[in-house]
Design a protein around this ligand. Structure first.
Ligand SMILES: [Zn+2]
Length: 268
């Protein structure tokens, strides 16, 4: 996400620069890193909007641009970052707030799971960063993230681990309670991570234990090439637990538990 922000920031800057450079004239000049860009399609429209060809600018920045004429979709992929800008010696953790955008996840009492997941994951990121851990999130806002992009980010970065953060729901029982953790299969590093998360989350929250389980069919766990675990922070379908899940203080406790398990895993 940061990479995209960087790109958009850069594009914004370029736009401002080109506006300054163009003055009142019609031709828009574009410079990328100080080098003039030969982009003949740039112009200022009748309504005063500066039109800059996205492909030319993005490609000059090292990005790849794909255009789907059926869905009118432009896909821009950022260039690979140099190693040192990802992390030095510090551990690198990918946190994945489940769902997002059009995918709400569970929804009870007007509360959407995607929002709880993000709140808890963001708090966890803050705690880890305070401990010197580099954290990347699969989303930092309410946007769609492709199922495979979640493990993909961890794989691409060669992260030390991946934790996917969710909240649970049980459509048959409105009294199910507790923290649940899972990993691809027993005997993996991901399983160890899930065990540590289970322990630290139960300790920090005082919540009930809904157990630990192998989940070989979950794409985010199956496709992760780094130790990966998924946590379900509690049952949204159980009114008393939902009441807790929305509390910032309780989200902090969950975050402390998740961060604690991650730090335990990194230290071993
Ligand atoms: Zn979920």
């Amino acid at each position: 996400m940061k990479r995209l922000y960087t790109l958009f920031l850069t594009l914004g800057l370029l736009l401002a620069l080109s506006l300054t450079a163009s003055g009142a004239g019609n031709g828009v000049r574009i410079f990328v890193d100080g080098v003039p860009l030969d982009a003949p399609a740039s112009y200022i429209s009748g309504s005063g909007t500066t039109m800059v060809p996205l492909r030319a600018v993005a490609e000059a920045l090292g990005c790849t641009v794909a255009w789907d004429p059926v869905t009118f979709t432009v896909s821009i992929s950022s260039p690979d970052l140099p190693e040192e800008s990802v992390s030095g010696d510090s551990a690198l953790v990918v946190l994945d707030p489940g769902h997002g955008g059009a995918h709400n996840g569970a929804e009870y009492g007007g509360i959407k799971e995607k929002d709880l997941n993000l709140a808890i994951a963001a708090r966890t990121a803050g705690l880890l960063e305070a401990e010197g851990v580099t954290v990347r999130m699969t989303r930092t806002g309410d946007q769609d993230v492709d199922l495979y992009a979640r493990s993909g980010l961890a794989n691409t970065l060669g992260a030390d681990l991946l934790v996917s953060v969710h909240c649970n729901a049980n459509v048959e029982h409105d009294d199910a309670l507790g923290v649940y953790t899972c990993a691809y299969s027993e005997g993996t590093e991901g399983w160890q991570l899930a065990q540590m998360l289970r322990e630290t989350m139960l300790e920090s929250t005082g919540a009930a234990d809904f157990g630990i389980e192998e989940r070989p069919n979950l794409a985010v766990l199956r496709t992760a090439q780094v130790p990966a675990a998924l946590v379900e922070c509690g049952f949204m379908s159980t009114p008393s637990e939902l009441e807790m899940l929305v509390l910032p203080e309780y989200q902090d406790k969950l975050a402390q538990g998740i961060a604690g398990g991650i730090l335990d895993f990194l230290e071993q």
